[in-house]
Design a protein around this ligand. Sequence first.
Ligand code: FMN
Length: 175
Amino acid sequence: MNKTALFFSPEGGNVNRVTIQLGEVIGNEKVDIIPAKDMVKEDLHKYSQIIFVCSTVGADHWTNEIYVDEWQEFFRKIEEISFEGKKVAIVGLGNSVLYPEHFADGIAHLHKKIANKNANIYGFVDAEGYTFNDSEALNEDGLFYGLPIDEENEYDQTSERLENWISKLKSDFEF
Ligand SMILES: Cc1cc2nc3c(=O)[nH]c(=O)nc-3n(C[C@H](O)[C@H](O)[C@H](O)COP(=O)(O)O)c2cc1C
C-alpha cells in the first residue's frame, strides 16, 4: 500500500511536533513526513492520500498576494496538478483563547485551496468540544473542515483528539 504524505508548515514549532505525533498515531512506517517547502512536485503522484498540517497566523498572511508564504509557494508549485482521485484531510493549529473570533481559520484557507483542486476531502470535525466564538473553518453544518488542535491551551487533549480523528478517518482512508 502507498504511504500517506503528511505535508506540514511551518517547521520547528507546534505544527512540526503535532505532525510527528500524528505520524506516530498512524504508524511511522505508513507515512512520509514532508515539510511543505520541501515538496517535490514530481513525487506528488506517489501519494493517493495526503494530510496537511497547518497553523493559523491571521488573515493578512493568507490573503496578501505579495507575501510569499510556504503554503502559497506549495500550491503555486503545483498549480497545474489536479487532486482528483486523491483523498485529503486537514489538521489545523490555533489558539482558542487568544483568537476566539478566528479560531483555526487556517484550516479554511487550506480547505479552499484544496477544494479548488477537486480533491475528496475527509475528516470534518464537530465543533462541540471546542470553546471559541467564531471560525472561518466551519461549514454550514457546523463542522470544521478538518481537525483543530490548540497546543497552547488544550495540549492535554491533543493525543486523544488525534487518535479519535484517525480512528474515524479509517472509514475513508486506508492506513
Ligand atoms: C502572529 C500570530 C497570529 C495568530 N493568529 C491566530 C488566529 O487568527 N487564530 C488562531 O486560532 N490562532 C492564531 N495564532 C496561534 C497559532 O496558530 C498557534 O500558536 C500555533 O500553535 C502556532 O504553531 P507553530 O508553533 O507551529 O507556529 C496566531 C499566532 C501568531 C504568532
